[in-house]
Design a protein around this ligand. Sequence first.
Ligand code: F6P
Length: 366
Amino acid sequence: MRIGINTGGGDAPGLNAVIHAVVLSAHHRGWEVYGIQTGYAGLLDTRRTVRLTPSHVESIVDRGGTILGTTNRADPFRFPVRGPSGEVTFTDLSDEVVRNFHALGLDALVAVGGDGSMDLAARFAAKGIPVIGVPKTIDNDLADTNYSFGFDTAVSTATDAVDKLHSTASAHQRVFVVEVMGRYVGWIALHTGLTGSADVILLPEVPFDLEYVCAKILANERRGKSYGIIVAAEGARHVGGQLTTRAQTTVGRQEPLLGGIADWVAREVGQRTGKESRALVLGHLQRGGSPTTFDRLVALRYGAAAVRFLAEGKRNVLVAYQPPEGMVPVPLEGAASRRKMVPVDSDTIRTCRELGISLGDAPPLE
Ligand code: F6P
C-alpha cells in the first residue's frame, strides 16, 4: 500500500501527532506514506508531495501547526487563479488532482481536516479517490465525533488568558469582553467561560439580550464585585440580530470571516452600565502552541485508527471518536454538514446557570 496524507483547513494543535501516528502505523505494516503539502495544492504540483518515513516524524507529536502546511483557500473544485492584472478567476482543477493522485501510484488518501476538508474529501471519494477522513477542528463542531483534537488546547489557552484577565479587570474595576473562536458553535466559549469563572457567557446557541447582560454586571456590582468578565463566542448574536462579520482579506476563502461581537458588546455594556468596558479578541492564539496531553492522545488514536481502517478494507469513511467504543468508522458522505451545536439543555449549560453565570437570556440570579 502507498498512502497519501494531507492536512486542510485551519490548523489545530494535534495535526502533527496524527501525521506521526499515520506514518508509524503504516510503516509497521510495510506501507509507504506520502505527505501532500498544503491541502490539495500538493496534488496540483506533484513536486510538493514528499515521502514520509519514521525519521521525518520523530519528535513532532508535541509540535503545533502541521509539517505538511495547510490552507482554507485552495478548493480544487473552485481554485483561485490570479491573472496578469491581478484579477482572480475560479477554475475547476479537481480532475487534475485525481489524475496526479493516480500518477503518484497512491492507493488511498488520509485527509485530515474540518468540515470544508471533509466536504472536499467526500467529493474526491465520489471521483474515485479512496479516502479516510480524520476530523480536525478546534471548534469541536463535527456531529459524528464526540471530540475533535485541538479543542482541548484551544480551551486551555483561552482559559489561561481569562484567568490572567481577572486580576487586571479587578484592579481597574473594568468589564472585559473576551471573544473566542468557534465559528457557528459555542463549545470553546462555554468551556472557557465556565472554567475561567466568567460572569456572562454568550453563545450562538443562546441568543442574548443586552439588558440581561448589563443586569448581571450591575447585580454583581451591588454585591460588591466591581469588575466583570464576559466570554463571547465569535458566532454569538443578539436576539433577532445577525452574525458579526469582518471584511474578507483572503482571496478564495469561502466562509465568512466572523469577528467583532466583543467590540460591539463592550461598547454597549460601557454605555448602558457606565462601567469602563474593553474588548479582547484572542484570535489565532487559540490555534497555536503545543497540543495538550489529551489532544495528543486523541490525535494519535485518530491517526492509528485511520491506518487500521484502511488495513481492514474500509474506504470513504470518517474516523469518529465515539466513547465508550472508541474510534469507529462512519460514512464520509454528509459528515461535513452534520454540525454539533451545544445542546441548550446540556449538563454543562445547567451547571453554568446553577452557578449563577448568565447566558444573557434571563434576569440574573441574585
Ligand atoms: O474553524 C477553525 C477556525 O479557527 C474558526 O474558529 C475561525 O472562525 C476560523 O477558523 C478562522 O479562520 P482563518 O484562520 O481563516 O482566519
